[in-house]
Structure formats: C-alpha cells, structure tokens
Design a protein around this ligand. Structure first.
Ligand code: FAD
Ligand code: DHB
Length: 396
C-alpha cells in the first residue's frame, strides 16, 4: 500500500507504554515535537495490569514530565520491605539503609492514565489503534514510520525514531541482522498474579520464600491487594479457581498469629519470566527504550523503572541534539543506559534465584537460598546492598 498522506515531526515514538509516553512528555516540555503511535486502544493500555513499584528517581522523572500530581496524592510511600523465610519475617529498612530514599506504590495503569490524559489535554498527537506499523530508512537522516489508521495509510517523517514498543514490537526487528547482540536467560518459573478488592494485610510488601514456592504480597491502594504466586510457565490459569489461589497464598505467606485477608478477585493472569538484553540499543536514527531493548524477571520490580531510566537518558540526549546540532550525546545513549540495565538484570536475577523454589526440590539449592536470605537480613552491608538496588540508588 502506498502512503496517501505524509506528516512530519521531530521525534516519532512507536508505543504508548510508560517509556513512549514519558519520553513524549519530557520532550514536549522542552518544545520538541513528537507523534506517538500505539497499536492498541486507549482503554486497553489504561487497564493492562503490570508493575506497581516506583523508585524515587522514577517519581522525580514523572514530576519533571509534569504528570505526578495524582501520584503525589494517591501513591503509597514505603520505607521498607519484608523478607519472609523459615517461618519468620525480617524487615529491610530501605530508607534507613539508603540515606533517606523510599519507593512509591502506584500502579502502572495509573501512570499510563496520567500520561495519556496530560498528553491529550496538551492537544499533542497520540494515535491509538494504528495498524501495520513499519519503520523505513532508519539508517538515513530522514527515518520514516508508516502506519494505517482507519484505512488511511500515512507516512510519518522524523529526525529520530524512538522504538518504545515493548518486547513484541516491530522496532527492534527492523534493525538488520548481525547488528545486535542479544543475551538472554529463561527461567522455569512464572507468576500467577491477582488483584483483589481487600485491604492489604501488611503495611509493606512481603517477599516470601517457602517450601511451597515463592509468594509476594503487594498492593495498589488501601483498598486493593496485589498478590503473586510462583507457578510453572505453562500453568493453566483455568485450573486456579479463586479458592485454590487463596489457599495457596495462605500456605506460602501465613505465619502463626497472622492470616491473609481474602476478598473478591478482580483480575488474574500468568506472567512468564525472562531476562533479555540487546546491545547496542541504537541503530542509525532508531533508539530502542524500555522493554523493546531489555526484559527483567519481575522479582525486584525493575522493568518499569528501567524503562523510565532509558527515556530520561534519551530525552537528555535529544534536548542536547536539538540545542547544539551535535549527535555526541545520542551516540553515547546506548552505553549510558546499558550500565544500569545490567545492574538491574543482575539484581532481578539475584532476587529471582534467591526466592524461587526449584521444582525438583533440590535441598542444596534451598539451603543456599536460606543462607543468603539470612545473611541479607543480618549483615548491615548485605541489607544495604539489597536496599540500594531496590530503591534504585545503586551505582551502575
Ligand atoms: P510496554 O509497557 O510494553 O509498552 C509498549 C507499548 O507499545 C504497548 O502499549 C504496546 O501495545 C505498544 N506496541 C507494541 N507493538 C506496537 C506496534 N507495532 N506499533 C505501535 N505500538 C506498539 N515490571 C515490574 O517491575 N513489576 C511487575 O509486576 C511487572 N509485571 C508485568 C506483567 C506483565 C504481563 C508484563 C508483560 C510486564 C510486567 N512488568 C513488570 C514489566 C513492566 O510492566 C515493563 O517493564 C514496562 O511496561 C515497560 O514499559 P515499556 O513502555 O518499555 O513497554
Ligand atoms: C509488584 C511487582 C513486583 O515485581 C515486585 O517485585 C513488587 C511488587 C507489584 O506488582 O505490586
């Protein structure tokens, strides 16, 4: 199909997830024009339940993008997390161990809603339900994104394309074979997650190591609990009726004198676990950001935070480019991001390995995990290491 319409912008952004929308917000504040293309509907992206923990740096970035009003009012500021093993809970005082840093519990759905409404209120282009998105001439000075919308084929001419279209998007696949190196790790685990209409049974998140497998108690608000269970990657969600999920959560999280409050299950799903990185995160005038370039397993809540860190670096480099005409900062983008990417890859792998039970019940593994957990909560240095990685202040 030949394009029937051509539009022009400075930065074409593929994908309206946290990465694409935040990048658009940051650039908009600096007077840089963007067009954001999303292949799903607004309703779909605003209700796709995913992450819930924001590092302090992520909160500051959303403030800079001008979208933190509701987050500041409704987000739950947490100063610690709990690690549970051998039938006991141990608090890791994040704020105390990091010289004052904290995290904020605020759902990715809410971050996306805030970003979308700010974008639309500003009258800036954000096109939903575009189809047949295709990148062309990404190694030229005028890369293009072709797409169709309501049957009309359009070509978007840009200076730069930001590929923020997640792990299954089209951007990464446009880069010619042989350019990218990829590094990955599969895990034999997945998480069965539920959102439940019940007040969280703990003030802080609980990461639980148990002989039945990992479980996590998290939350979205004072009325909404978010809970996860380690399961198999091919787990059939249909075999997990609500009563069975609660029963398993009680077994993994329960302690003498403490029970988990149960409530109606509003949503449930299975999330597979994977580690994946491509290097470099750039080819020609295409820059990959967020899940388009890397995936972490969810243990440690790094995925969303890493996506936001990428676009902070990309926005700075683009502002520099438009101010000076020099591509020096853009050329350094990938290297600057990858240091933190690999720090988070390591932390997520480490948390995953320490907390998940191997399916063959390997007792040696289990003993090592408990030794590591005990060391983490008894050694100030080990606890501080977990804390600075968790809140995102660890040097990369
Ligand atoms: P995405 O949020 O994936 O956004 C990409 C956007 O691009 C999407 O809106 C997509 O529809 C759009 N898109 C895709 N293809 C095209 C195309 N061809 N054209 C136009 N648009 C396109 N992280 C945590 O820290 N904790 C968690 O609990 C957690 N749970 C998760 C659960 C699931 C099921 C998944 C998939 C991820 C989870 N993550 C979690 C990871 C975290 O949500 C991601 O790291 C984060 O969404 C990354 O943001 P992003 O903007 O890079 O990508
Ligand atoms: C949540 C997800 C995580 O991956 C995590 O480590 C902590 C909390 C959540 O969805 O609330």
């Amino acid at each position: 199909m030949r394009p029937v319409r051509t539009i022009r912008t400075q930065v074409g952004i593929v994908g309206a997830g946290p990465a694409g929308l935040t990048l658009a917000g940051l650039l908009g504040r600096q007077g840089i024009e963007t067009v954001v293309l999303e292949n799903k509907s607004r309703d779909y992206i605003e209700h796709r339940i995913r992450a819930g923990v924001l590092e302090q740096g992520s909160v500051e970035l959303l403030e800079e993008a001008g979208v933190a009003g509701r987050l500041k009012r409704e987000g739950l500021v947490h100063h610690g997390i709990e690690l549970q093993f051998d039938g006991e809970r141990h608090r890791v005082p994040l704020t105390e161990l990091t010289g004052g840093a904290s995290i904020v519990i605020y759902g990715q759905t809410e971050v996306v809603k805030d970003l979308v409404s700010a974008r639309l209120a500003a009258g800036a282009p954000l096109l939903f339900e575009v189809q047949d998105v295709r990148l062309a001439d990404i190694d030229s000075h005028c890369p293009r994104v072709e797409f169709s919308l309501e049957g009309q084929v359009t070509q978007l001419e840009c200076d730069v394309v930001a590929g923020c279209d997640g792990s299954h998007g089209v951007s990464r696949a446009t880069i010619p074979a042989g350019v990218l190196s990829s590094y990955s790790r599969e895990y034999p685990f997945a998480w069965l997650g539920i959102l439940a209409a019940v007040a969280p049974s703990s003030d802080e998140l609980v990461y639980a190591h148990s002989p039945r497998g990992f479980a996590l108690l998290s939350m979205r608000s004072p009325q909404l609990s978010r809970l996860y269970l380690q399961c198999r990657p091919d787990e059939d969600i249909a075999s997990w009726e609500d009563a069975r999920i609660w029963e398993e959560l009680q077994l993994r999280l329960g302690l003498p004198g403490w029970t988990l409050a149960e409530g109606p299950v509003l949503e449930k799903g299975v999330t597979p676990m994977r580690s994946f990185v491509v290097e470099p995160m750039q080819y020609g005038n295409l820059f990959l950001a967020g899940d388009a370039a890397h995936i972490v397993p969810p243990t440690g809540a790094k995925g969303l935070n890493l996506a936001l860190h990428d676009v902070r670096i990309l926005a700075e480099a683009l502002v520099d480019y438009y101010a000076t005409g020099s591509k020096k900062s853009l050329a350094a983008y990938s290297e600057r991001c990858l240091r933190r990417v690999w720090r988070s890859e390591h932390f997520s792998w480490w948390m995953t390995s320490m907390l998940h039970r191997s399916w063959d019940g390997d007792q040696y593994d289990e003993k090592l995990q408990v030794a590591q957990l005990r060391y983490t909560v008894t050694s100030g240095a080990a606890a501080a290491s977990l804390a600075e990685n968790y809140v995102g202040t660890a040097k990369a």
